[in-house]
Design a protein around this ligand. Structure first.
Ligand code: HEM
Length: 203
């Protein structure tokens, strides 16, 4: 490995991340096809309504496993909030100001921790549980309840994931390679995760 690079993710973490993203894209495309009559044409890509439903269910199983696998990589760090995380939140990571610099952060910043806990774990649990309710329930009451929460969680995902993609690519150059090559530069670590830089001895 080049001496100016730092390992950010393992091969397994990257594989699982792209499994999560791919299953998510299939779920979103088929989901939009079911939700709106005007978008029903989307399901023709997946071989028509009936096949699209089967693909949606099995992509849901892949998504479920993939969310479970993320617990090992991110839950431990995400549930530990430190004083630096509160500093990050009170300045929103410096994103809304030209003068504020990012407060020192550990391996994950406070925004990543909240995205993981609130979107991936909490909303993920709601969409997964209600997905299985819609798959197996028979009574109208359960189906109505399932539909309501499944759609609500869907809205949370389709509004927040684009933000995650923007922040991990265009907004913060040098981040995307963490999920392709697995490495980031030392300069990137010092800039975005100064506390982590100290922990791994590069400062
Ligand atoms: C397809 C578009 C996506 C792109 C380009 C993308 C990009 C990235 C990048 C570059 C990172 C590494 C950030 C870092 O190391 O600081 C990351 C991390 C992560 N991604 Fe994605 N991602 C995508 C989709 C998703 C989806 C659909 C989910 C969940 C439903 C997701 C969940 C996560 C989680 C939990 C992490 C680790 C914590 C974090 O950095 O927030 N990603 N992603």
């Amino acid at each position: 490995m080049r001496h100016d690079l730092v390992q950010r993710t393992t091969g397994w973490e990257r594989f699982n991340h792209w499994l999560l993203a791919l299953s998510f894209i299939v779920l979103v495309l088929t989901g939009f096809g079911f939700l709106y009559n005007s978008l029903n044409w989307l399901n023709t890509i997946f071989g028509g309504n009936q096949l699209a439903k089967e693909i949606h269910k099995w992509a849901g199983v892949v998504f479920t496993l993939s969310v479970l696998f993320t617990l090992g990589s991110y839950l431990g760090d995400s549930i530990r909030f430190t004083k630096e995380d509160y500093q990050w939140l009170s300045s929103l990571g410096g994103y809304l100001s030209k003068t504020t610099t990012e407060p020192p952060q550990g391996r994950l910043n406070a925004g990543q921790k909240l995205y993981y806990l609130l979107v991936v774990v909490l909303t993920g649990a709601v969409i997964i549980i209600t997905g299985f309710i819609l798959w197996f329930a028979q009574s109208t009451g359960w189906l109505r309840f399932g539909h309501f929460l499944h759609n609500l969680a869907f809205v949370v995902f389709v509004t927040t994931v684009p933000l995650h993609i923007y922040l991990s690519t265009a907004a913060n150059p040098g981040t995307f390679r963490a999920m392709t090559r697995g490495t980031v530069t030392r300069a990137w670590v010092k800039r975005h995760h100064r506390k982590w830089a100290k922990e791994i001895g590069i400062e």
